[in-house]
Design a protein around this ligand. Sequence first.
Ligand SMILES: Nc1nc2c(ncn2[C@@H]2O[C@H](COP(=O)(O)OP(=O)(O)OP(=O)(O)O)[C@@H](O)[C@H]2O)c(=O)[nH]1
Ligand SMILES: [Mg+2]
Length: 173
Amino acid sequence: MVKKICLVGAPHSGKTALLERYIYNRWHAEYLPTMAPKVTRSVATFPMPERIQEIQMQMMVWDFPQVDKAAQRVGARLRGASGVLALVRPGDDVVGDLGRLRAWIHDHEPAAAVLGVLSHFDEANLSEAHLAQLESQLAPRGIQLVSTSAKTGQGVRAAFLRLGEAVVRSSPI
Ligand SMILES: Nc1nc2c(ncn2[C@@H]2O[C@H](COP(=O)(O)OP(=O)(O)OP(=O)(O)O)[C@@H](O)[C@H]2O)c(=O)[nH]1
Ligand SMILES: [Mg+2]
């Protein structure tokens, strides 16, 4: 299957760094703002135990310039997406920002699977208790959260694979 996956989040939230780590296992500390949309193809294989078969998915991952202010977001590039990784930084209003990103995504692509990504996790000074509290605030809103660091690689593969699994589960085969 071929699926469109989008990376969303405020400027500097780490979309490009996450993608570079996942696809090329590369890391740059410098900030190079994304100026033009880019689509990167990646292939992942997902087991389907209940069917004794596997699904190979070509993820066409869209990384494009975005704005900070929720009211100014334009959603045309989300159309046709099957999955979205929604990035927030630990210092942000994680619950509020993810809620606004999710509402924006659903306005444009209601069927897309959405996974919250807490990026820059290596810099976060988050206690287990605080993380558990964020998760418990997001759970009733139906948002799951994975913590990632593009710098160390922590959680990066898990984020893409978890989203891919959600896309496979929601796709008729
Ligand atoms: N320490 C740390 N820095 C990160 C991480 N992810 C991204 N960065 C840094 O944060 C800055 C912004 O990352 P980008 O990936 O360019 O952010 P972006 O969301 O693509 O930004 P725009 O293209 O402007 O929308 C860069 O300097 C990255 O090196 C992370 O997990 N840990
Ligand atoms: Mg970028």
